[in-house]
Design a protein around this ligand. Structure first.
Ligand SMILES: NC(=O)c1ccc[n+]([C@@H]2O[C@H](COP(=O)([O-])OP(=O)(O)OC[C@H]3O[C@@H](n4cnc5c(N)ncnc54)[C@H](OP(=O)(O)O)[C@@H]3O)[C@@H](O)[C@H]2O)c1
Length: 233
């Protein structure tokens, strides 16, 4: 049975992906998030779901996640989905509080890389897949999105270099930009605004699964849900 480790699996895109995989009954799932009630609810998605509460920036928590994965004996899919937006409303870079920037970088860049480092022996054994959830803010200079965007750009570049370094190992490294989604993070980016026109997170899942499961396997690289949607139908 393949094993997927999905960070931030209690809400938004992570929960939507976990719900889809749990519904298929052919994946063991390992999910984390900081908040207990929502993660406990995610644990009830199915009998093959294991939840580990904690913060991805916490080294001990990451080690605990890997201990669980070792219990399964494998990792086939690592989805670095948990992310930090930074302060809301989004500050301009000229006034960005630097401790907040450090925190965003810890969550969006350091923690995903640390998890990849820990998971690589298991991922290499299975010829597994790493998905780093990225954003158009990594490539577009939207005012206010500098901290978050710089962190996602760094995540993209780390993924690209890893892909080059892992050439020939069978491991794929994808950046996946889901597009705008109606989630708590998105609402925080647009405080007080009506975001009901944004698509539900589940709408991005078919494109993500299409990327992960395509045969022959898609080359490592950066992909947008919008570009994958036709193939995912
Ligand atoms: N929504 C969008 O429009 C959009 C667009 C492009 C990219 N993205 C990316 O998509 C990913 C998911 O975002 P989302 O919109 O689905 O967010 P969301 O609805 O706010 O959900 C975020 C999930 O991650 C968990 N999480 C956050 N920080 C964490 C941490 N430090 N350690 C462990 N878990 C953590 C949250 O639970 P706890 O808070 O309980 O920990 C929750 O389960 C992010 O990487 C985001 O940057 C989102």
């Amino acid at each position: 049975m393949p094993v997927a480790l999905i960070t931030g699996g209690s809400a938004g895109l992570g929960l939507a992906l976990a719900t889809a995989l749990a519904g298929r009954d052919d994946w063991d799932l390992l999910l984390d998030a900081r908040g207990r009630p929502a993660l406990d609810a995610a644990a009830r998605l199915g009998p093959r779901v294991v939840t580990v509460p904690g913060d991805v920036t916490d080294e001990a928590h990451r080690a605990e996640l890997l201990e669980h994965a070792k219990g399964f004996g494998r990792i086939d899919l690592l989805v670095n989905n948990a992310g930090a937006l930074g302060p809301s409303p989004l500050p301009r870079l000229s006034e960005y509080p630097l401790p907040e920037l450090e925190s965003v970088l810890r969550t969006n860049v350091i923690a995903p890389l640390a998890l990849i480092q820990l998971a690589l022996p298991l991922l290499t054994r299975t010829g597994g897949t790493i998905v780093n959830i990225t954003s158009d803010a990594a490539v577009e200079p939207y005012p206010g999105w500098g901290g978050y965007g710089a962190s996602k750009a760094a995540l993209d570049q780390a993924g690209a270099v890893l892909a080059a370094e892992l050439e020939g190992t069978g491991v794929r490294v994808y950046g996946f930009d889901p597009g705008d989604l109606r989630t708590a993070m998105h609402q925080n980016a647009f405080p007080g605004e009506d975001i009901s026109d944004r698509p539900e997170p589940a709408t991005a899942v078919p494109a993500l699964l299409h990327l992960v499961e395509s045969t022959p396997r898609a080359p490592s690289g950066r992909y947008r849900a919008a570009d994958l949607t036709a193939g995912a139908r």
